[in-house]
Every structure is written in structure tokens, then in C-alpha cells.
Write a protein that binds this ligand. Sequence first.
Ligand code: DOR
Ligand code: ZN
Length: 431
Amino acid sequence: MTLSILKGKVLVKGKLENRNILIEDGKIIEVTEDTVSSNDKINAEGKIILPGLIDCHVHLREPGLTQKEDFKTGSMAAAAGGVTSVFEMPNTNPATTTLQLLQEKKELAKKSIVNYGLYMGATTDNIEEIKKAENIAGVKLYMGSSTGNLLVTDKEAIKNVFDSGKTVVVHAEDEELMNKNAEHYKDEKDPVIHAKIRSNEVEATAIKSAVLMVGNNKVHFTHTSTKESMEIIKEAKKNNSNISCDVTPHHLFLTYEELKTQRNFAKMNPALRNKEDVEALWKAIDEGIVDCIATDHAGHTKDEKEADYWEAPSGVPGLETMLPLLLDAVNKGRITLEKVTELTSINPAKIFGVKNKGKIEKGYDADLVIVDMNMEKEIKNEELFTKCGWSPFNGWKLKGWPVTTIVNGNIVFDDGEISEANGKEVEFKCQ
Ligand code: DOR
Ligand code: ZN
């Protein structure tokens, strides 16, 4: 079976150029100005084709937390958002901390309609299991507690994880400082205290301490969110080219003020920050300090979120909204399309050693998203595919939307509709 995408534009050395794309058996076999012939055709006139997004940080909640999300619904949200590969976090129930549990999760992940990679979760004593794990996205290290029970605070154990030879993705929040702050605010209930408990200092303290321990190992700081973090990471990168980081769309587009109106629906870890931090993240994107944008897609049910501040879990969904938010930012001149592709496809593929993905080139997997930069649409809770059924961006009117998503040469999302398909396990080069 062959499929061609005709008359669309693709980025060639930073410029949009007319190209026809020919796909066969899930691979791109031609990207050309010439005519191509195929069984099936997509007319992409007036549209742009981007490499499908690779989201290195999602929570699809299987096993054990399927009231919030599952591989099917989460991957449908991904497809609708132009995300063709997701790397799934280990803080499920049970957490993914052994080879056996990893294998079980791999079976569950087969329901995904987009491609997937899995993380192992670090504990104080599973280093031998971690070392033996094959073809994982990396190891997730929680230096501060969040949803679930994964947490490693022992310095020796942290060092061992860094030395494991795997890419270590760090949730950097200092547990001790956070607990001290929580104690201080224990009699308050307003969700705004979230930003004070999980303060800038909490994040900076953890990143600083990790940087002192990483040596020359491969460490990726995820959902970094503050001005201070950007400064520390900028310095750290000078000594270790294996350090990288990502930021989330919610930290780029929202501030802690949202906690006043959206309450626990704007509660996530790390917390939303002030305007100055948001500006610092955008500046760090321009300067190349930020390597990736990742959603930290982490839905919780409305009921769970409506609980009291101390009871309500942290996390927001993001798979369906990341690309439209970024395309809208392109339309507003805040970021270039080339940079968006670098942050959401090229760099995640590079950093995590993903085979054959992240570019629109001959021989690469046919994971693509066709976008309409002129389409204007509002984000509506009731139209989302994520099981949780809400978004902190509900009501936002955006210009620039994904219209068709292709995974392994199969159309999985088109004009608002999802098609059944099977994603594949992502292949990683070095782990
Ligand atoms: O806000 C968050 N939600 N941060 C995390 O670290 C975990 C995530 C979740 O799993 O809910
Ligand atoms: Zn997360």
C-alpha cells in the first residue's frame, strides 16, 4: 500500500517549500518536487506537513489509574494533537520498577494508537533491574514526591541511577524543603499556596544538587519552570553536553494566577510560576537552553480535582493542546515553526536516541502531522479525547491547528475523527 501527501509545504533548511511525500509500508520513501503516484492520496494544498511530535513526558495511567486515562484514550488525545510518539511515565499503580512490571506495561501499551516508549521508575533499591532493562525511553527519577509513591532522596542511590548508563529524566523538586514549606502552610486551604510550597527555590535546590552528582552522565531535567532553573542549567551545560531539559506548555502559557480562578485544575508539579519565570522560559527557548517541549500530560478526574487542596492530585492534560498553542504562538510571531519542530520532534529524537523518527526524510518512519496555520478554533472541554474531559486551556481561541495525523503511514486522526490503528513500540538506539 502506498500513500502520498500532495501539494503541501515542508520545512527545508528553515524555509517552507512545496513537496510531495510518498509513503510505503509505514516509511517515507520519497520527499520530492516531482509528481508521485500512489494508491491513496491526501491533498495538502495550503497546509504544512511537520514531523509528528515526540512527547517525552506523558502519564497514560495504565495499570491501576484508569479512571483518569488509559493507553487508548490518552493516545487518541495524542493523535488529535499531532503527537505520534509518547514516552510513558512509570508512576502508575503498581509503579514500573521491575522488568516484570515493564513487560506487563508493554502488553497494555499495545492498545495505543500512536507509537510509545516506556520509562522505568527509580527506587532506592532497583538499580540492578534498571541496568538490565532494554529498549526503554529512560529512567524516571523523582527527587521530590508527586503523584504515586516513586521517590528517591538518598544521595548514594541517586548517584547510582545517574551512573546506570541509561538516560535519566529527573523530576527536580527538593523533598525536604517542600515538606518544610508544606508544614508552614498546613492550616491554609487556598490552592494558591501550591506555588509557595513548591516554590522556585524547591526546584532550584534539587537541580543544583543533581548537577553536582551527574558527572558526565546523560541527564534530562523535565518540566523545568523557573528563571533560576534556566540559569543553573545554562551553566551546567557548559561542563556537560549530556545535560538537557524540557519545559511544558502550561508553564509557557499560564501563570500561578490561574490557581485563583481554576483552583486545583491549575494544580500541577512543579507549580505554575509568575510572569518573570514565564518570560525566562521563552528567552531560554530562544537561547537554546531549552531542548524540548513536553506536555507532562497528567489527567485526573473532575471529582478528584474538586476535592480540598490537600487532597486533590496534581497534574493537567496537555496532549491535545500543545501543538495548537505552539502554532498560535507561531502565528503571533513568538516562536518560529522551525523552532517548534526542533523542540517537539528533532531534539526529543536526538536526546532519547530514537531510531528513524523526528524528520521528514527518505527512510524515516511516516509519522507526520498536517497543520492548517489559518484554522481558527476554540479549545472546548466537551470535544477533548482525554478521558478526564477538561483542560486548563478550555475556552482559548487559537489560530493554527493539526488537521491530519499519520502514524506509521496510517491516518489516525483526520478532520476531528479518530481511526483505529496500532502504534508500535519506539526503538531506542542506545538503551
Ligand atoms: O503535576 C504532575 N502530575 N506532576 C507530576 O510529577 C506527576 C503528574 C501525575 O502523574 O499526576
Ligand atoms: Zn509527569
